[in-house]
Design a protein around this ligand. Structure first.
Ligand code: TXA
Ligand code: MG
Length: 346
């Protein structure tokens, strides 16, 4: 299959450029599109055979449900029993459209292919103008996981999508780099509070401001054993494993940097903060992901850095330990998973 790329400037575009991809979605085909978090691989969420194509193109296990993207927050009501969750109103008015996904009891309109037979559905209303225009012009809700092949880091540029999906899908909309860089915050609404299943740019601190109890899922900061029951099927997959084993390194700046310098000499990959370069020195195997105190910058750069490492042959990668507050929790969660939760103190 030939994969067409359509360039769109999110800051200023004519909707006409999206007529063809919207038509593809309506006809049961797949379109990769930019969102504020990561690129999504979209299909008509109401068409089970279109959604099946998503699992095929990604090589995604058939027990991992898809997120349904809607145009307006209120459209969630068509697909889930939102009225059963008083906190939904607060979340929707404060954070939607935006980088949050809410899991609620589903209505029958949503096919089992999307939810893999669960009685809940994950709903998200993105804020990215291209994503929103595509959903509106398609006239249907769009089921979309991240547009990577299963087991690869989520794509934050059209180039990343091309690497994974060229020849597998008919169309990629190139809207530049994703501004957040990590996937949306996933929450499940339950009687005892808001369960945070996957951290993202809507942070636990922001959710707490709603005056609700926020319960952090154990799987966010620790490994899930294969027999353990998980709240979100995606958690049990080691989403992304770099080609080289990866270890997170804790310690004082001085100790970590001298450890990195030693490992660099041994030919290992180093994932560090920008200011660390002054002491470690540049090399093809030393990659940075933002400044030490810029957690947004780290989220923005992380997946691109991880993809770069996969182009190199390395015996091992050592990564900086990241902060666990605000969006740093999302960065730490993704990096810990890339490290298979292997952390050492030096
Ligand atoms: O930012 C994002 O959320 C991106 C963009 C494209 O919107 N999408 C994304 O989708 O990250 P995906 O499929 O890569 O991650 C969806 C996560 C998975 O971990 C999945 O298991 C979980 O959401 N999920 C979906 N439906 C669920 C449900 N009904 N119950 C529990 N977890 C669910
Ligand atoms: Mg994904």
């Amino acid at each position: 299959m030939k994969t067409k790329i359509i360039q769109v400037d999110p800051a200023s575009f004519e909707e006409e450029v999206l007529a063809e991809p919207a038509e593809l979605i309506r006809n049961g085909k797949l379109v990769a599109f930019p969102t504020e978090t990561v690129y999504g691989l979209g299909a008509n969420a109401l068409d089970p055979s279109a959604c099946d194509r998503i699992f095929d193109a990604k090589g995604r296990p058939h027990d991992n449900p898809l997120i349904v993207h809607v145009y307006r927050p209120d459209d969630c009501r068509d697909f889930a029993y939102c009225e059963e969750y008083p906190v939904f109103e607060k979340i929707a008015s404060r954070f939607m459209p935006g980088p949050i996904t809410v899991i609620m009891r589903k209505k029958s309109l949503i096919p089992d292919t999307v939810t893999v037979g669960l009685d809940t559905v994950a709903l998200r209303c993105p804020v990215h103008p291209v994503a929103r225009a595509l959903i509106r012009l398609s006239g249907v809700p769009i089921a979309a996981p991240s547009a990577n092949r299963s087991g690869r880091p989520s794509p934050t540029s059209a180039q990343h999508v091309w690497e994974d999906m060229n020849g597998r899908i008919p169309c990629i909309i190139d809207g530049g780099n994703c501004s957040v860089g990590v996937e949306s915050t996933v929450v499940a609404l339950k009687e005892d509070g808001i369960h945070l299943l996957r951290p993202g740019a809507v942070t636990p601190e922001m959710l707490e401001e709603l005056g609700e109890r926020v319960i952090l899922s154990k799987a966010v900061l620790s490994a899930v054993t294969p027999d353990q029951k998980v709240e979100s099927p995606g958690m049990k997959y080691r989403h992304y494993a770099p080609k080289a084993p990866c270890t997170m390194v804790e310690g004082t700046d001085e100790d970590v940097l001298s450890f990195f310098a030693k490992k660099k000499k041994e030919g290992c990959g180093i994932l560090c903060f920008e200011e660390d370069l002054a002491s470690i020195g540049k090399s093809d195997f030393v990659l940075t992901f933002g400044k030490k105190n810029d957690k947004e910058g780290q989220a923005y750069a992380l997946f691109d850095a991880l993809r770069r490492f996969d182009r190199l042959e390395l015996p091992h990668i050592y990564a900086r330990k990241t902060d666990e507050t605000s969006i740093g929790l999302a960065v730490t969660n993704r990096l810990l998973r890339a490290c298979a939760f292997d952390v050492i103190r030096v």
